[in-house]
Design a protein around this ligand. Structure first.
Ligand code: AGP
Length: 362
């Protein structure tokens, strides 16, 4: 059938979609650039963002994880306060809103019922909204005031990969453009930095054998797996754990490195895999301290660090990218590890049990 043709020589859509990520980032650089080669986003959207006193990002699952990274980018670069909310909680447990809120709905499919329920509610309250989606003409796109497209091409695998990195790239560009409109001097050439990210992603996509080896060694028979990170790495390990859970059925949790000792460390046993990310200089020593804490309890550590911050026993080193854009690179090995873990455990990678690609019920 048609879907077989699209998959080409790949055994699963997920692997194809992981491999498409450098291309999607390069495409986004082209799509969000004006004739002078500068980053450009619809002026109405930039104005709406800069008129808001607070942004409320609303999303589910992987899109929510992208929103967490987006909060960091927007707060750091554009200096606008951002809250990130899980859609299914927001509807029933509304936070106190600021005076001039702008709602940003992040949804690959644009059809997620939980997110739509919030959009309906915030529209009733008269608040403006922007949808960031991969599907033009989708419900969330039609019903919001503004749309930014992800241009990632159809994402077929239930486990979202290229949409996540596209969401972060769009949020980074949005943050940079909003900063510029506010007269904030950034000192970051975001277009150039995203180009460096695309190259790094390519190198990471070529590291399939290493990731397969890690999956085999750490995850072939384990019951559970912990992911730890600090600062923005914490947000990325949440996504790494979700990927692993949904396709390999291994109980996986992402934790803030410093939070483990407040309870979760009780779960560490002899041989428990702990995958740690270390891409942030200001927390490099502290995350390594957290790894030592779990190793002392018998954990089997797998440190994935960034070039320049790497240390002797690191299992894998990702190429250096701009410190604010590391999630775009560091998530790729986590996606591949999840993929190979699922493959080796005989799971249906593209169609995991109990899940649908877009969740159209509340
Ligand atoms: C991701 O791997 C999941 N399958 C899921 O969490 C997904 O991201 C979530 O359901 C949100 O979907 P959306 O982006 O289409 O709204």
């Amino acid at each position: 059938d048609a879907s077989d043709i699209e998959k080409g020589t790949y055994p699963y859509y997920m692997l194809k979609e992981i491999d498409e990520q450098p291309l999607v980032i390069r495409r986004l650089i082209e799509k969000y650039r004006n004739e002078q080669g500068e980053l450009a986003i619809d002026e109405d959207i930039v104005q709406a963002i800069n008129e808001a006193d607070r942004l409320y990002i609303v999303a589910c699952g992987t899109s929510y994880h992208a929103g967490l990274v987006g909060k960091q980018l927007i707060e750091n670069w554009a200096k606008i306060p951002v809250e990130v909310h899980i859609a299914s909680e927001f509807s029933y447990n509304m936070p106190l809103l600021s005076e001039k809120p702008l709602f940003i709905y992040i949804s690959q499919s644009g059809e997620t019922a939980d997110s739509r329920a919030v959009l309906v509610r915030t529209k009733e309250l008269g608040h403006k909204s922007l949808t960031i989606t991969n599907v033009p003409g989708s419900t969330l796109s039609r019903e919001a005031d503004y749309t930014l497209l992800l241009h990632a091409g159809p994402e077929i695998a239930v486990a979202s990969t290229k949409a996540y990195t596209a969401q972060i790239a769009v949020l980074a560009m949005l943050a940079a453009v909003a900063a510029k409109a506010k007269g904030i001097e950034l000192n970051v050439d975001v277009t150039k930095e995203l180009g460096i990210v695309a190259n790094a992603m390519e190198t990471l996509c070529d590291a399939k054998q290493e990731m397969e080896q890690i999956a085999r060694e750490y995850l072939a028979t384990t019951r559970n797996c912990f992911f730890i990170g600090r600062a923005v790495d914490y947000y990325v390990v949440l996504e790494g754990a979700l990927k692993l859970k949904e396709i390999s059925y291994i109980q996986a949790e992402g934790f803030a490195g410093g939070e483990l000792k407040h309870g979760t460390i009780a779960l560490i046993e002899n041989g428990t895999p702990v995958i740690a990310l270390a891409t942030q200089e200001h927390v490099n020593l502290s995350i390594r301290g957290n790894v030592k804490e779990v190793v002392a309890r018998g954990a089997n550590p797998c440190i994935i660090s960034m070039k320049g911050l790497d240390m002797e026993d690191d299992r894998f080193v990702i190429p250096a990218v701009h410190p604010m854009l590391t999630p775009l690179a560091s998530v790729v090995p986590l996606q591949l590890i999840a993929y190979y873990a699922a493959l080796h455990r005989g799971c249906d990678v593209d169609k995991p049990r109990n899940l649908a690609k877009s969740v159209t019920v509340e």
